[in-house]
Design a protein around this ligand. Structure first.
Ligand code: NAD
Length: 350
């Protein structure tokens, strides 16, 4: 298939591009490259790309593609604190416009990176795709709105699929340290403390980025009737953890560290425990390979070999919210996250 991969310069996208290529797809990326200065190691492998803001996309950009894998977004709950309108503009409105233009341009499959954070505040029960959604942030809400809009766009010729990904972990050339396992291993490695910001009780399913990408590949390869207008939780049942259990795993993997709780860290509102039977049943090609322990070992080895320091962590280069604030304070991004000056000139089609 000819696949447009939005967000190909991000944490998941930088790994997804080459994997989709090796699965036999012709891949073109689309990204405004907000995290251009945030390479981890050698940075992303170049793939053909359109350097453009999602909010400025036209039907012409979508012509000739068979499928869209849509990752581009302001991607995490705290980013909604930046300005909730931006999260709705990019994650909701621009995503729905992208899907409409894709449909008009004759694209037949649209794979949307949704999130288990749509479940929000949910308690201890195992949640299937039919559970009610209680997002507690603008980010989670934006994902619910897009899922609903995609459902209305589905036709015989346009098959949207929403992948409700668990919280990701793993090593990427565009590493993030603002997601739980990546963060816990980084804090253990650089400071000797596994630092827990909540009281450690919330449930959180986690999934390796390579398993998320394998799920997207499986959706692209599946017969249409298996994925048409479907929602899939992406992860595995055994990989639902309370945050304190993840901390225990990290403390076992990173030698010589101790677990510490932030003073006054209350229960996180986001608490969800998710059932992943459907994707395993409907998409037999999807067989997740990773576990939290194996992921913590991978992260520890990568941080050690890159010589990650406490200063790298504190400087915020790998924290999406901090990097965006830094770019805004430096005047390189304006208040609605468009590039300014010479960066704006390069942010056009390539
Ligand atoms: N990382 C996770 O834990 C996780 C979990 C569930 C779902 N997801 C979803 O997966 C997707 C990818 O997440 P990620 O962790 O790689 O995020 P990321 O922040 O690392 O990457 C997002 C990419 O989108 C690009 N982008 C943002 N706004 C854009 C715009 N207006 N125009 C063009 N490009 C824009 C950024 O430049 C960046 O390269 C997101 O949709 C996210 O919500 C992520």
């Amino acid at each position: 298939m000819k696949v447009l991969l939005t967000g190909h310069k991000g944490y998941i996208g930088a790994v997804a591009g080459p994997i989709l290529q090796s699965a036999g797809h012709e891949v073109v990326g689309l990204d405004t490259d907000l995290f251009a200065g945030c390479d981890f190691g050698k940075g992303p492998q170049p793939i053909p790309e359109i350097r453009r803001d999602l909010r400025e996309i036209s039907k012409a950009d979508l012509q000739g593609f068979d499928a869209v894998v849509h990752l581009a977004a302001l991607s995490n709950d705290p980013l909604g604190n930046l300005d909730a309108h931006l999260t709705y503009d990019i994650n909701h409105h621009a995503s729905v416009t992208l899907a409409k233009l894709a449909k008009e341009a004759g694209v037949t499959r649209f794979v949307f990176a949704s999130s288990c954070s749509t479940y929000g505040s949910a308690g201890d029960d195992f949640l299937t795709e039919t559970a009610s959604l209680h997002p507690v942030t603008a980010y989670g809400e934006s994902k619910v709105f897009v899922e609903q809009a995609l459902g209305l766009l589905a036709t015989d010729n346009f098959s949207p699929t929403s992948m409700r990904n668990a919280t990701a972990y793993g090593v990427s050339p565009r590493q993030r340290l603002d997601i739980v396992l990546n963060d816990l291993v980084a804090s253990a490695f650089t400071s000797g403390r596994v630092f827990i910001k909540s009281d450690g009780t919330p449930w959180r399913p986690i999934v390796h980025i390579r398993d998320i990408i394998a799920a997207a590949v499986a959706v692209l390869d599946a017969p249409r009737e298996a994925i048409h207008n479907e929602v899939f939780n992406v992860g595995r049942n055994e990989e639902n953890f309370r945050i304190r259990e993840l901390a225990d795993i990290v403390a076992e993997v990173v030698p010589g560290c101790r677990i510490e709780y932030a003073l006054g860290g209350g229960p996180d509102l986001r608490c969800y425990r998710v059932n992943f039977d459907k994707i395993n049943r409907v998409l037999p090609a999807f067989r997740p390979q990773w576990t939290a322990r194996k992921g913590a070992q991978e992260l520890f080895a990568a941080y050690r070999s890159a010589g990650l320091t406490g200063a790298d962590v504190e400087q915020g280069r790998y924290i999406r919210l901090s990097e965006i604030r830094r770019l805004q304070q430096a005047g390189r991004l304006n208040n609605v996250l468009h590039w300014t000056g010479k960066h704006a000139e390069t942010a056009v089609g390539v």
